[in-house]
Design a protein around this ligand. Structure first.
Ligand code: ADP
Ligand code: ADP
Length: 226
């Protein structure tokens, strides 16, 4: 069963502008952790913007759960590289995690329950009442991951999520992701320029070449490897 289906996707910025993606086709199955790897400028951000409905690609087709992507899909959550700008500094950790649940029609108690559950999973129960600026970078990124998971997204998009933390913290967060995605049975599409990271994390790796961007390899990582 397919979660995400990208077919013949192309995007050119500003009419006659730069061709960011030429002709991109790939699929992510339900429950898979897929990585997109490629050098800077190969169109990774453009791809994520297209999937999350922030830009309308100039050609091709994106289907999420079998439906065409129109506007910003609600069954999708995104974790960005820049954790320091993605959390609200004036809200506690718990309120940050609860925030996106407000627009999803949960009761106050329901939001609290969800937030506490995911905070426990990322090991941050004790920090629920703290503010983001009181936490290390790695802990802030844990909060971002918790916030994304609290929405129980059908698809979790992660844009270079571990590129801004030190190597030790990165390993911890990578292992955390592997644990929680099993727990939540999530489908994840993670974008990175780090080929080692993609092989360590992914069930499937798509290698993108630089402009014009195409999938040059589609590698299934054997289960139990690494
Ligand atoms: P990556 O995320 O892999 O670094 P991007 O999707 O950001 O790649 O960029 C792909 C290409 O599109 C690059 O050549 C970049 O300069 C160009 N590009 C990205 N964003 C814009 C934009 N808003 N306007 C014009 N060109 C852009
Ligand atoms: P160990 O306890 O022996 O370090 P782990 O169970 O932590 O083993 O398995 C992860 C191992 O894979 C680590 O030792 C780490 O050095 C290695 N590794 C290789 N590439 C990566 C990567 N990109 N991210 C995390 N670990 C990686």
């Amino acid at each position: 069963k397919t979660m995400l289906e990208v077919s013949g996707l192309g995007h050119r910025y500003g009419g006659e502008g730069h061709l960011a993606i030429a002709d991109l086709t790939f699929q992510v199955r339900i429950g898979e952790l897929a990585c997109i790897v490629g050098p800077s400028g190969c169109g990774k951000s453009t791809l994520l913007r297209s999937i999350s409905g922030l830009i309308k690609p100039t050609s091709g087709d994106i289907r999420l759960h079998g439906g065409a992507v129109q506007g910003v899909p609600t069954d999708l959550a995104v974790v960005f590289q820049d954790y320091s700008r993605s959390l609200f500094p004036w809200l506690s950790v718990r309120s940050n995690v609860e925030f996106p649940l407000r627009s999803r029609g949960l009761s106050k108690a329901g939001r609290r329950g969800r937030a506490d559950e995911v905070l426990e999973w990322v090991g941050l129960s004790a920090a629920a009442k703290k503010y983001p600026w009181q936490l290390s970078g790695g802990m802030q990124q844990r909060v971002s991951i918790a916030r994304a998971l609290a929405c129980r997204p059908a698809l979790l998009l992660m844009d270079e999520p571990f590129a801004s933390v030190d190597a030790q913290t990165r390993f911890e967060l990578e292992d955390l992701l592997l644990r929680v995605r099993k727990q939540f049975d999530s489908t994840v599409l993670l974008v990175t320029h780090d080929i080692d990271e993609s092989i360590y994390l992914a069930d499937r790796v798509f290698v993108l070449s630089k402009s014009p961007a195409n999938i040059v390899a589609d590698l299934a990582i054997p289960l139990g490897d690494v």
